[in-house]
Design a protein around this ligand. Sequence first.
Ligand code: SF4
Length: 486
Amino acid sequence: MIRNSIQTKPALIRPSDAAAWVSCVRKAWLDQHQPALYEPDDFNRMLSTMGLEHEAAILAKLESQYPVSKATSFEHTQVLIQQGAPVIYQGQLIDEQLGLVGYPDFLIRHESGHYQPADAKLSSSENKKAIQIQLGIYRRLLANRLPAIVFLGDGRTAFLGDEVNAIVDDFIASIRTILDLPQPPSVRYSHSKCRICPYIDYCRPDFEALEDISLLYGIHGKAADHLAEFGINTISQLAVSSAESLPDVPYLKGHKRKHRAILQANSYLNGDIFQLDQAPLPEGTWIHFDIEDNPLTSNRERHVYLWGFLLPPYTKDRFDYVWTDDESHDFDGWLGFLSKIEAYRIDYPSLKLAHYSNHERATIQRYAERYAMNNHPTVSWLLGGNSPLFDIQKPILDCLILPLQGYGLKDICKHPGLVNFQWENKDSGSQWSVVQFNRFQTEDNAIEKQRLKTEILGYNRDDVIATRKLEEWLKSLFAQSPAPHR
Ligand code: SF4
């Protein structure tokens, strides 16, 4: 829902504007002028709870070392600073002249008598732009040269000093101009950002009415800007172009990419499927494979809690898996996965392990490195030149143009005109699975714990059934052997 409440006073710049600005300048404007009222989803609620728990843990640690005073207002923060309080919790800083306001989690008194701002962040990296801007603004409000402190989610403590000044300057100059605009700034569509943005219902009709070229899969906003300079502003205009007539522009260079863009425009307009080439699908016995992993571990190394498989003849009861209750059993899960592979290799000599996207292979590589097992015979086979791993997404990206804005497994499988496979649990997804697993870990009731585990297993089982349905759909599509659109 969009609330229409245009502010008339020039807005103070808040460090929290940085996250929106980094993601989309239009979002930064809307957040200030027409904030969307929306309910965060379970995943974001979980992140928020974990963020508060992390902050509370840092607070407890500081309290064990220093007296901590809680600030209740801008004025009270200044009083505490004047008094030289060792640690000020939830400080409030404002500088009307600079037009800046900030709420650092902690202000920590340095031996010089000045204060260092500090924030607790769930992230494991201090190099994210939004974090650098936020902490950089706190430094500006404190007007000293001391570095800001970041208590990161992986347990590290990082420092941000003058090196963040340039990006803070860029942010302040840009955000002032943006917030002063009478209308939200025009931007290009970005599927990865827009589909999870609370303003999508506000923005999408405009993109569609304009037939904005950036709505097309594979067309970067900058490519759309450059095409507009050559008079190609709409999807319809692109659809009737020829690859030869299109200029080489950033993110859209060469005949192949331009040809794909034109077909993608036609697919968007008419729902057509185009086959560019014959897809090389491997022979052998396919076992479908998908993992569920948790990024929110204590050391931020992803823990695979479920390694799932679908075996021939691919009925529901042929779902097989390795499960671990928590990250302390990470190594056991990895060894369990390797033993499953060894058993399948014996049972199915022409085994192909089919998965969607590079995530499964990259995860096996990470685990091999984590446990120094690159030379293990099964690992060498999985990652070597004769690997049984087969990424089904690759022939799709190489050979097909589909009427989609994203080429993820669920985009293709759920589409009624494509694979048309629906997950039993309509709310499920990879973030949903992480939320259920984190609930599972903290749940004491054995019955509820089992229910959560069953739900996660059901979701993973549907993922591997989906890749099987995708295999069947691809094979039937390629068997029809339409004339390739080269
Ligand atoms: S929907 Fe897209 S364009 Fe609109 S504010 Fe969100 S990210 Fe920006």
